[in-house]
Design a protein around this ligand. Structure first.
Ligand code: DGL
Length: 262
């Protein structure tokens, strides 16, 4: 492993592409390997042990590719597995968490909403994070089962998504939230629909940029930033059906890409 090695990025599916995009914008010279574990998505309702096993599987793949760092571009996998992975692997592992900190400093009503998977919201990691901010502010959480499955489709059912979002967001809106945290990387792909339902007065926050910045600083500190000026290449892998995954990943990435079977 050296500064010219690639960076591994994984998620339960296409959600982490929102993070991959920010990483590519911030670090265009870095070569990136993305794994969508779409055959096993959603992770939200699965237990920690299952998610740890899948995460290990991807870590082993990344090690075989001699990556220099791994980004867990998934709130659910971070909550379930990152502590264990850090015990087992020595390379830098960057995880993520719902953006409670920026939301807590942005709110003026003192009430924020968090949309995330049931796994993330039930995790010790989230309970701990929440306890650091609750009291000063009120935090309304909402698990959103079903959304990830829709986003993983070749052609998402917009009407069904809009209905689910209405159902999940109306309890938050009734509580007068002025800030909504997107606590699942998949939901970044619904940001427009979420904004439409929330209206102009509600801020939508995520940690996508913060994760890219954190990766940058970890690589800089370890002297692992790529030195060459050549732009990095991005290779996409998926555990899902290669035919449909090519369509789904290309749609979310915004251009036609090849997808290799993981
Ligand atoms: N994209 C993931 C997250 O950030 C996981 C979604 C899922 O597979 O349930 O939590």
């Amino acid at each position: 492993m050296s500064s010219s090695s690639k960076i591994g990025v994984f998620d339960s599916g296409v959600g982490g592409l929102s993070i991959l995009e920010r990483i590519h914008q911030l670090l265009p010279r870095e070569s990136l390997l993305y794994v969508a574990d779409s055959a096993f998505a959603p992770y939200g309702p699965k237990g920690d042990e299952f998610i740890i096993q899948r995460s290990r599987h991807m870590m082993e793949f990344f090690l075989s590719q001699q990556v220099k760092a791994v980004v867990v571009a998934c709130n659910t996998a971070t909550a379930a597995a990152v502590a264990q992975l850090r015990q087992e692997y020595t390379l830098p592992i960057i995880g993520m968490e719902p953006a409670l900190k920026p939301a807590a400093s942005a709110t003026t009503t003192g009430v924020i909403g968090v949309l995330a998977t049931e796994g993330t919201l039930a995790s010790d990691k989230f309970v701990d994070l929440r306890s650091r901010f609750e009291g000063d502010i009120e935090i309304i959480t909402m698990p959103c089962p079903g959304l990830v499955e829709h986003i993983e489709q070749v052609v998402p059912d917009e009407e069904a998504i809009a209905q689910l979002l209405e159902n999940y967001m109306s309890p938050l809106l009734k509580k007068n939230v002025d800030t909504i945290v997107l606590g699942c990387t998949h939901y970044s792909f619904l940001a427009e629909q979420i904004k439409k339902i929330a209206g102009d007065d509600i801020a939508i926050v995520d940690t996508d940029d913060a994760v890219a910045r954190r990766l940058h600083s970890v690589l800089a500190q370890a002297d692992l930033l790529k030195e060459s000026d050549a732009s990095g290449e991005i290779v996409f892998y998926s555990s899902g059906n290669p035919g449909t995954q090519k369509e789904v990943i290309s749609r979310c990435w915004g251009e036609k890409v090849e997808v290799l079977f993981f």
